[in-house]
Design a protein around this ligand. Structure first.
Ligand code: SAH
Ligand code: MG
Length: 221
């Protein structure tokens, strides 16, 4: 129960998607057994479409976990791609690196250990897509730290933005999540009303936002 769609819609959408047979399948089983919050299959399909449309050479990801979404995105990119992905959990990083090696993607997907709030500022490359799938209370900070590194025409994509419906419906809000919900709502309002961005928020999975960067984003401070 995601509180985002009717269960029958979600189940139907997922039922349409063919099963993975490669390392991604193994990773899905591992994630399920170990409660690793990887992207849902409907979100994976959306990412594949965005990648085919955009043909990115470079992706920055915030929130690697065990490397599932990195490996999935890499599989759909052209040969000369590069993914930089940031993760603060050391245990996950080891597993992610093992998976990347198994997938034969060493050197193409680079995992950086550390808190994104510290790491992101020091990254100097530019990217075609930025995919944020980490602490939801920090999305605005991640945005501020990275948007200047996104090329014009690039996509800023965030997972879990509807947060089990909590951003849309007060009665669903869990007390200890109030601050995160408030911050997420502020972020969603911001990206939906910024003239430098073209944003769409899609209620699949736990909610995905897609913002196309139209021009450089200016901040008040
Ligand atoms: N994108 C992955 C799943 C990521 S789960 C996939 O779909 O396969 C979210 C991850 O973000 C967790 O592993 C968590 O440790 C990490 N994370 C959360 N906040 C972070 C931060 N501030 N800096 C770095 N990693 C963070
Ligand atoms: Mg997620």
């Amino acid at each position: 129960m995601s509180n985002i769609n009717h269960d029958y819609i979600q189940d139907y959408l997922i039922s349409l998607i063919p099963d993975n047979i490669d390392i991604l399948k193994e990773m899905e089983i591992y994630a399920e057994e170990n409660n690793v919050p990887i992207i849902t299959k409907d979100v994976a399909e959306l990412l594949k479409v965005l990648i085919k449309l955009k043909a990115p050479k470079t992706i920055l990801e915030v929130g690697t976990a065990i490397g599932y979404s990195s490996i999935l995105m890499a599989k759909y990119m052209e040969n000369d791609y590069k993914i930089l992905t940031v993760e603060r959990n050391e245990g996950y990083i080891q597993i992610a690196n093992d998976n990347i090696q198994k997938a034969g993607m060493n050197g193409k997907i680079q995992v950086i250990l550390g808190d994104a709030e510290e790491i992101l500022k020091d990254i100097n490359e530019s990217f075609d897509i930025i995919f944020v799938d980490a602490a939801k209370g920090q999305y605005m900070d991640f945005f501020k730290d990275t948007i200047s590194k996104l090329k014009i025409g690039g996509l800023f994509v965030c997972d879990n933005v509807l947060f089990r419906g909590m951003v849309a419906e007060k009665s669903l809000v869990i007390r200890r999540k109030i601050t995160i919900v408030k911050r997420l709502k502020k972020f969603l309002h911001y990206i939906s009303n910024n003239e430098a961005l073209q944003t769409s928020i899609i209620p699949i999975g736990d909610g995905v936002s897609i913002s196309c960067k139209l021009k450089e984003v200016l901040f008040d401070e």
